[in-house]
Design a protein around this ligand. Structure first.
Ligand SMILES: Nc1ncnc2c1ncn2[C@@H]1O[C@H](COP(=O)(O)OP(=O)(O)O)[C@@H](O)[C@H]1O
Ligand SMILES: [Mg+2]
Length: 258
C-alpha cells in the first residue's frame, strides 16, 4: 500500500517546496511511482517541475471545487515515474469559495481515493499557513513530514504546528502520524546550524531523519530551469542528500507499514 506524505510547516521559506520537488524526484528515480500535489497557490512546485502553471487547463483549484476529475487535473509522467496535480494563484480563492461546501476538509482525500492505489508515494506540498488547504492535505495524508530550516528561529511556531496535527488526528483523520523532521539549509561552516539541530532534537520529541539537507546553491537554481536537482545537477551535494532522504523514507516505510 502506498503512503501519502504531507510536507508541512506554516513558516514560509523553510524548504517545503524544495523538499516536495526533490524528495519526489529522488523517490521516482529509485523506481517508486510518485504523485506530487501542489497545494500552495504560489504554484512553485508546479513551475519548479517545469509545468507552465498559468497554461494548464485544470488545477487543484478546479479539482477541489468539483469542476474537473482527478484525471483531467493530472499532468502524467512529467518525468519518469512522476506525475503532478498542478496549482496556480487561482487556488488562493478556494478557502473562501469552499466555506459552505459539504465535507470541505475531505475534498482532497475524496478525490485521491480513486487513484491512491496506483502510487507508491503521494507527496503533498502545503502553503505556509494552517488554513483549509493544509487541513485538506492533512486529512488526505498518512504522515506529516516537517522541514526545519537551520536558523535561529527554527523552533518558533513548531508547537502550534504539532498542536494542529494533534487536533486533526483527534477530530478529522485518526490515521495521521508524524513522519519526522528533516533539517534543511544546513551550513556546515557555522556553529548555528549544529546548535539548531541539537536544540530541536532536545526540545522536540520527534523522529529526526539522519539525512540533513545542506545549503546548496544548485538546489536554489534548479527551479528556474524547471528541473528537480536529480536532473539539473545529479552529482551535486543537494542531489545526493535528497537521494539519501528518499532511501530513509522508503526504508522507514518498510519498517512501519508492512
Ligand atoms: N537546501 C537549500 N539550499 C539552498 N537554497 C535552498 C535550499 N532549500 C531551499 N532553498 C531556497 O530557499 C527558498 C525557500 O525554499 P522553499 O522550498 O521555497 O521554502 P517553502 O516552500 O517552505 O516556502 C527558495 O528560494 C529555495 O530555492
Ligand atoms: Mg513553498
Amino acid at each position: 500500500m502506498g503512503r501519502t506524505i504531507v510536507i508541512a510547516n506554516q513558516k514560509g521559506g523553510v524548504g517545503k517546496t524544495t523538499t516536495s520537488i526533490n524528495l519526489s524526484a529522488a523517490l521516482a528515480e529509485q523506481g517508486q511511482k510518485v504523485l506530487v500535489i501542489d497545494m500552495d497557490p504560489q504554484g512553485n512546485t508546479t513551475s519548479g517541475l517545469g509545468v507552465e502553471k498559468d497554461e494548464v487547463e485544470n488545477t487543484v483549484y478546479e479539482l477541489l471545487l468539483g469542476e474537473c476529475t482527478i484525471q483531467e487535473c493530472m499532468q502524467k509522467e512529467i518525468f519518469e515515474n512522476l506525475s503532478i496535480l498542478p496549482a496556480n494563484i487561482n487556488l488562493a480563492g478556494a478557502e473562501i469559495e469552499l466555506i459552505s461546501a459539504e465535507n470541505k476538509e475531505y475534498l482532497l482525500k475524496n478525490a485521491l481515493d480513486e487513484v491512491k492505489d496506483q502510487y507508491d508515494f503521494i507527496i503533498i506540498d502545503c502553503p505556509p499557513s494552517l488554513n483549509l488547504l493544509t487541513i485538506n492535505s492533512m486529512c488526505a495524508g498518512d504522515t506529516v513530514l516537517v522541514p526545519i530550516q537551520c536558523e535561529y528561529y527554527a523552533l518558533e511556531g513548531l508547537s502550534q504546528l504539532m498542536h494542529t496535527i494533534d487536533l486533526v488526528k483527534e477530530r478529522l483523520n485518526p490515521n495521521l502520524e508524524m513522519e519526522g523532521v528533516v533539517f534543511t539549509m544546513y551550513d556546515a561552516r557555522t556553529n548555528l546550524s549544529l546548535q539548531v539541530v541539537e536544540s530541536v532534537k532536545n526540545n522536540l520529541n520527534q523522529k529526526v531523519y539522519k539525512s540533513i539537507i545542506p545549503r546548496n546553491v544548485r538546489l536554489a537554481e534548479a527551479p528556474s530551469y524547471g528541473m528537480p536537482i536529480t536532473k539539473y545537477d545529479k552529482r551535486s551535494t543537494g542531489a545526493e542528500s535528497y537521494r539519501l532522504l528518499a532511501e530513509e523514507v522508503i526504508h522507514r516505510g518498510e519498517e512501519e507499514w508492512q
